[in-house]
Design a binder for this molecule. Structure first.
Ligand SMILES: C[S@@+](CC[C@H](N)C(=O)[O-])C[C@H]1O[C@@H](n2cnc3c(N)ncnc32)[C@H](O)[C@@H]1O
Length: 296
């Protein structure tokens, strides 16, 4: 995949790349062409539009061609540009972090809906289990200016990336990150616990789109034989992580509602109180209330 070896305008380069991407079966061809050319030229959407008639230099053409080749080989745009926006916040990525998905914003919406508006300015404490880039935690801290949070992840490089994002977003005083396992005791009680854990059944990973299978970290995807391992671990720990009447909100995969509800309803002192669909109508965020443990 490459641009022709002659002088072309930015607008023409966008059209050529979009056509090549479409031919390669990429659904978001025009968008990807715009994002990659914008990245190569350090121009945003408006900048690209106003520079539409400018001729690309040979060096710019080479850079764009190299990026386009990576995209056609299956690398997602977010990986190529190293940044993905989540809840309007730009987040840097690393090899150890999942590319945050728009579906995960359903978890943020569920949290905003379930925590009473009157508590918005309280110093709420939030835990994000399997934080990756820190996406969910940063979105909530952005919405709740007095809140603070702890993000944990089993992957040290993911924790480093989340810390870097905290600094870039100016949230380092409110967001702390630590390497820890879902099973570990965090020795603190939270007002809200959120998690988008790995939930793909191991045998399904080979059949995922190559953008996901070959580029998202395995640890971010693999939910064990039935896809539910992380939920079981989180359900065991949640009664010790939540204050009484506090909520846990987890993202789920397609078809997992009944199993995940059963796991949390069977846990000591926990009850599922809501299931929120994503924009496609797929059940995506399960909200669980802690009504106090029966046993110590
Ligand atoms: C699906 S990704 C979600 C990342 C981020 N929260 C998001 O929504 O974009 C799951 C994350 O859980 C982490 N993880 C996997 N197993 C874990 C475990 N046993 N304990 C803690 N974190 C784990 C992975 O490293 C990964 O960052």
């Amino acid at each position: 995949m490459s641009l022709p070896d002659r002088a072309i305008e930015i607008a023409a380069a966008r059209r050529i790349l979009a056509a090549q991407f479409e031919k390669a079966g990429i659904d978001t061809a025009a968008l990807d062409a715009r994002l990659l050319i914008g990245h190569a030229l350090s121009l945003d959407h408006t900048g690209l539009a106003s520079a539409a008639k400018r001729l690309l230099t040979p060096a710019e053409r080479d850079t764009i061609s190299a990026l386009a080749a990576r995209r056609v080989a299956g690398e997602p745009v977010a990986r190529i540009v190293g940044v993905k926006e989540f809840w309007g916040l730009p987040l840097t990525l690393s090899a150890a972090t999942l590319v945050p998905r728009p579906d995960t914003e359903t978890v943020v919406e569920a949290a905003l809906a379930i925590v009473e508006p009157a508590r918005r300015n309280e110093p709420l404490r939030i835990a994000d289990l399997g934080t990756g880039t820190g996406a969910i935690l940063f979105a909530l801290l952005h919405e709740w200016p007095q809140a603070t949070g702890l993000g944990i992840d089993i992957d040290p490089q993911a924790v480093e990336t989340a810390r870097a994002n905290a600094a870039l977003l100016g949230m380092e005083a409110r967001a702390e990150f630590r390497v820890a396992d879902f099973n570990e005791d965090l020795t603190e009680r939270f007002d809200l616990v959120v998690s988008n854990p790995p939930y793909i059944p191991t045998r399904d990973i080979a059949g995922l789109a190559r953008e996901v299978r070959d580029h998202d970290p395995r640890r971010a995807l693999d939910g064990g034989a039935d896809g539910l391992h992380a939920y079981r671990a989180i359900a065991r720990r949640a009664p010790y992580l939540l204050k009484p009447d506090a909520f846990l909100i987890v993202e789920i995969g397609i078809g997992q509602t009944a199993d995940v509800e059963a796991i949390f309803n069977a846990a000591d002192g926990l009850e599922v109180v809501a299931v929120k669909p994503d924009l496609s109508g797929i059940p995506r965020a399960v909200s669980v209330r802690h009504r106090g443990r029966k046993t110590a």
